[in-house]
Design a protein around this ligand. Structure first.
Ligand code: ZN
Length: 179
């Protein structure tokens, strides 16, 4: 991975540098609302994986909800500590341990908008002069990032997985195959 790749997601094309600070909150809230609407529309498809390598709609939605919470807390650490690193988010382990097993489409649709709103209120409360404070971030590769970058990453995670959910629903339409 080159330096320029670091700012663009190879899978969805998301360009981190194009996300202005003031658009982060509105974009997070918009994609959380869009995901909530989608999973409410087709709750019967929520727990199905269209293929072994893809997560289910509900799993993607639960991951996005947890990303909002996780990055929100990391922002606080980044404001208080000097150039901190973070414990991993353990996204795969959350699934393997069954921690999302009770996350229904209805519950997730209720939880995503408030999680996005909580993230946004805190992000918007940060003194803009602090947004370039450095943090050590483990994703996509271990590297030095900033609080602003973490805000952009919250947008990326929600928009990237919004596209995953759209793709799952497309793949699952007309089928009840469970894998
Ligand atoms: Zn992406």
């Amino acid at each position: 991975m080159t330096d320029s790749d670091q700012f663009r997601c190879e899978l969805c094309g998301f360009d981190f540098e194009q996300v202005g600070q003031l658009t982060i909150g509105p974009r997070v809230i918009r994609s959380a609302g869009a995901i909530a609407a989608l999973i409410t529309e087709r709750p019967e498809l929520g727990s199905l994986r269209p293929s072994p390598e893809r997560w289910s709609v509900n799993e993607y939605a639960a991951h996005v909800r947890d990303v909002f919470i996780l990055i929100r807390d990391r922002l606080v650490v980044g404001l208080v500590e000097e150039n901190p690193g973070f414990k991993p988010g353990y996204k795969d382990e959350r699934l393997a341990l069954g921690l999302y097993a009770a996350d229904t489409a209805a519950a997730l649709a209720n939880e995503l908008p408030p999680a996005a709103a909580m993230f946004t209120r805190l992000f918007d409360a940060i003194d803009p002069t602090h947004l370039m404070r450095p943090v050590q971030y483990g994703f996509p590769d271990p590297s030095e990032q900033t609080l602003l970058w973490m805000g952009r990453q919250a947008v990326h995670e929600s928009e990237h997985h919004h596209l995953d959910i759209i793709e799952n629903l497309r793949l699952l339409s007309g089928t009840t195959k469970v894998v």
